[in-house]
Design a protein around this ligand. Structure first.
Ligand SMILES: Nc1ncnc2c1ncn2[C@@H]1O[C@H](COP(=O)(O)OP(=O)(O)OP(=O)(O)O)[C@@H](O)[C@H]1O
Ligand SMILES: [Mg+2]
Length: 277
């Protein structure tokens, strides 16, 4: 029952466009990816922009604890970006702020809508008994004909490689397949931004790459979809166009995937040298 409640909240938020609440006045950084530079109006082609986002909590004793400090990031439309960093550095908090699930205590942001937030636990994603019904779940509000619903469901399942599972009971799916059905639900609702929080944590290797390839394919089959994917798994960076690296509640670096990979590897070797010395 709890799982259903969570998914309903997510699907409801997927249709909300909070971009007007926190619109960044202008791009902060030079375009981080080559496709952005080739376009004439960079602002129009940005899907996600956060500018000096802050988030803090107040303890029962009245002490203010900063969680995010001046986080700025800028992600071009149509790209697959990853958000990495050590445990507790603030990745999920930043993603929830971008999704509109948490309000920042400071800063501005722009996120193209509609957007969808997909949680880590695959069992929190599915709400209906069959794959077909689950993907169609969020389409009620669009006043579509049955044929239009069928067409959207079919196209979305195709994008995540789940066309053959249309009539399957969701309970018989693996964790990764459930995640792919959740992503198909967002695509069927024509979500422009997918915010994905550690989807592969509970998955085995085959499911892990099934989900990541599904996201990559969804972006490749529609230039309009942008994804921000939180992960701890460095090997997943191979599928990314760019990445943001966080430390201690701050964005330490953002850039192309190869540069972020080198940065993290260099930090890991420095750490290993330090503990061996
Ligand atoms: N509601 C809250 N109350 C108190 N502390 C919180 C709350 N939400 C987050 N935090 C703290 O904020 C920090 C950032 O949490 P967050 O979950 O964003 O980190 P994360 O980078 O996603 O970590 P992980 O990799 O473990 O998922 C952590 O130290 C966490 O304990
Ligand atoms: Mg997290």
């Amino acid at each position: 029952m709890k799982a259903k409640e969570i998914s309903v909240i997510v699907r409801t938020n997927a249709s909300m466009n909070l971009s007007t609440l926190f619109r960044a006045p202008s791009p902060l950084f030079p375009p981080p990816h080559s496709t952005a530079t080739s376009r004439t109006n960079a602002t129009e082609n940005i899907a996600i922009e956060g500018r000096n986002l802050n988030f803090s909590i107040t303890t029962r004793q009245g002490k203010v604890v900063p969680i995010l400090q001046d986080c700025s990031l800028r992600i071009p439309s149509g790209q697959f970006w990853m958000l990495l960093g050590p445990n507790g550095c603030g990745k999920s908090t930043l993603l929830k702020i971008l999704a509109g699930l948490l309000s920042p205590t400071g800063g501005t942001m722009y996120v193209k809508g509609p957007k969808s937030f997909v949680f880590q636990n695959p069992d929190h994603q599915v709400v209906m008994p069959t794959v077909e019904a689950d993907v169609a779940f969020g389409l009620g509000k669009f006043n579509l004909t049955n044929d239009e619903v069928r067409s959207r469901v079919s196209k979305a399942l195709d994008a995540v490689g789940m066309s053959n599972y249309l009539k399957r009971s969701v309970q018989t799916l693996s964790g990764g397949q459930k995640q792919r059905v959740a992503i198909a639900g967002a695509l069927a609702e024509t979500c422009k931004v997918l915010l994905l929080d550690e989807l592969t944590t509970f998955l085995d290797e085959s499911d892990q790459f099934g989900v990541i390839k599904a996201v990559r394919n969804s972006l490749d089959s529609s230039e309009e979809v942008t994804a921000l994917w939180v992960t701890h798994r460095l090997e997943e960076l191979e599928y990314a166009d760019g990445a943001v690296y966080m430390e201690n509640g701050e964005v330490a670096l953002q850039g192309d995937a190869a540069s972020i990979m080198s940065y993290i590897r260099a930090r890991q070797s420095a750490y290993i040298k330090q503990i061996n010395s």
